[in-house]
Write a protein that binds this ligand. Sequence first.
Ligand code: 5GP
Ligand code: ZN
Length: 117
Amino acid sequence: MDCIFCKIAAGTIPSTRVHEDELVIAFRDIRPQAPVHVIVIPRAHLTSLQDLNDEKLAGRLLHVAADVARKEKLDQGWRLIANSGEHAGQEVAHLHLHVLGGRPLGRMLQPAKGTPS
Ligand code: 5GP
Ligand code: ZN
């Protein structure tokens, strides 16, 4: 198993978990980009949303993301990001959702360097 998030799911790499159930776990990002930055992943390895074809798992991932936002008291707003593939800058090839909040998050997209917006 050569996937960081599979290792986190298995517990062989430590993480600060904020949620776990039989399908999904959520843990704090190691390099937070906002006061609250939680990663939500399926326990099973899927490379990205591109590979997700399971309504129950899709629902659970979204439900857990919203639940994390409620528990973290992100009442002033929050953002859900799922980077999928190269153009999105996905670094870890295990499907994951970013739950971000706790400060104003600015515009949704920053223009990529050297490319038209
Ligand atoms: P991506 O760019 O693939 O959407 O986001 C990957 C995220 O995983 C990044 O925000 C990065 O900080 C986070 N990350 C990478 N390695 C680890 C790790 O070992 N532990 C935790 N908690 N987060 C990680
Ligand atoms: Zn994995």
